[in-house]
Design a protein around this ligand. Structure first.
Ligand code: C5P
Length: 429
């Protein structure tokens, strides 16, 4: 990458202005590994490459989930330890999300056994200040000292939680427990004026604790290095091996066998309903196609349709749309071991009693009923997301937007200032 002058230097990376883009910087990961605020430091040849690779793979995953990040390119495709990222004004706060008790949390809470699940997940803030060992700050102090506004801190907290959930999902698919995670944020200019909060800094094997099978002694992360007082060459080689394993495993995060939704409607008259489902699925990036087949009028054709869709490459979830007497959903369900979601349009005949034909089913039939087309699409997406971390992340982001919309509506109604404190309570002003 074409680099201009150096702009900043951290313990494990150097930042240069990009010679190609005035709004970007080049991050070069170094081979250093440090602990104890830099008191212990070693060089592991090739660690910078692994850090850039791990970070780039994580940022690509998070960007695919529609999470706002500073990442632009690099880190993965070339041999250099370099990434191009948007230039941000960094906010000097480390945001730590904890799902399981470990590390400094256990030291501060000696009554809590390491490995205890923390529910709900805890978010903590540490002010970046090596000389004073990164002291813990409260949300109030961060806002009072003008380090971030209340609104910015609420966004940082929400994004940090989503990032944790996305990475925990990705690790869980490999039977590895994400214990805790540290992330940082920056402010970048928005094209329409003002600034926006972006996830920034590296996220690599130094940023989390990860325990395969939930077993602390099997840890893969930097804690191995922290735990050794004076590491030998063999110890450092072992640490490097874990970093290599993590970079490789993170490369699997975006992998999925792929899935799609088969929308089967009983009549072309149901098309408006199907279109609403299709639109909601496309908003989440879920492939889907509409089909028309009636259980009453074309039973053999409907059965053939199901066996064709079942036989296609990729996992399938069915959404069935049939009004009046809905035989279709149960019929499709009996013909497949895949999930079937019934989304019947409810007419006004018999005071909407049509719905009973979707609810009262013979034994051995498991078609689920979700009435709103957009909600049926979401239910299908959640099923496919079990084995698709990008989709899981997109669902999390859409839920976050829903929460924000409610809080903003409250503000417009005069219920609050429109901002929540990071712990979710409405602010007083
Ligand atoms: O040490 P502590 O338990 O507070 O660390 C919480 C999480 O933050 C761990 O995953 C650790 O690796 C990470 N961390 C970090 N950089 C620091 C401090 C902690 O990445 N300076």
């Amino acid at each position: 990458m074409n680099k201009g002058p150096e702009v900043a230097r951290g313990k494990t990376k150097v930042l240069y202005r990009s010679a190609d883009r005035p709004d970007a910087v080049v991050v070069v990961s170094q081979d250093q590994i440090t602990a104890g605020d830099g008191a212990k430091r070693h060089v592991i040849s090739g660690k910078g490459r692994l850090a850039a690779l791990t970070t780039a793979r994580i940022y690509r995953l998070l960007s695919a989930c529609n999470i706002p990040t500073h990442y632009l390119s690099g880190g993965e495709d070339d041999d250099a330890n370099e990434m191009l990222v948007r230039h941000c004004e960094m906010i000097p706060i480390e945001v730590v999300v904890r799902g399981v008790a470990a590390g400094s949390y256990v030291k501060r809470n000696p009554g809590v056994k390491p490995g205890t699940v923390i529910a709900p997940r805890l978010v903590e803030y540490f002010f970046k200040d090596d000389a004073n060992h990164d002291p813990q700050y409260t949300a109030e102090r961060i806002v009072d000292e003008g380090i971030a506004t209340q609104h910015e801190l609420a966004q940082m907290t929400d994004i940090a939680r989503i990032v944790f959930d996305v990475l925990a999902h990705a690790w869980k698919r490999q039977n590895v427990l994400l214990v805790d995670l540290k992330v940082e944020f920056g402010r970048a200019p928005r094209s329409e004026g003002g600034t926006e909060i972006l996830l920034a800094d590296v996220i690599d094997n130094d940023s989390w604790r990860v325990w395969p099978g939930g077993d602390q002694s099997a840890m893969l992360d930097k804690q191995i290095y922290r735990n050794i007082q004076v590491p030998s060459e063999a110890d450092l080689a072992n640490v490097k091996g874990k970093y290599e394993e993590v970079a490789e495993r993170v490369g699997q995060f975006q992998k999925t066998t792929g899935g799609f939704v088969g929308i089967v409607m009983g009549s072309s008259g149901d098309d408006a309903h199907a279109e609403r489902i299709l639109k909601a699925l496309s908003g989440l990036g879920v492939p889907a196609r509409k089909h028309v087949a009636s259980a009453h009028k074309t039973p053999l054709y409907a059965l053939e349709k199901v066996s064709r869709l079942d036989g296609m490459l990729g996992r399938v979830v069915y959404i069935t749309i049939a009004g009046r007497s809905n035989a279709l959903s149960a019929f499709v369900d009996a013909a497949t071991a895949n999930c079937v979601i019934a989304c019947p349009p409810i007419g006004s005949n018999f005071s909407g009693m049509d719905i009973l034909s979707s609810l009262s089913l013979p034994s051995g039939i498991a078609s689920m009923v979700v009435l709103e087309p957009e909600n049926a699409a979401l239910a299908a997406a959640k099923i496919l997301a079990v084995d698709d971390t990008v989709l899981y992340g997109r669902v999390l982001v859409s839920q976050y937007k829903n929460r924000t919309n409610v809080v903003d509506a409250d503000a417009r109604a005069g219920g609050s200032s429109g901002q929540t404190t990071p712990n979710g309570k409405a602010s007083q002003n």
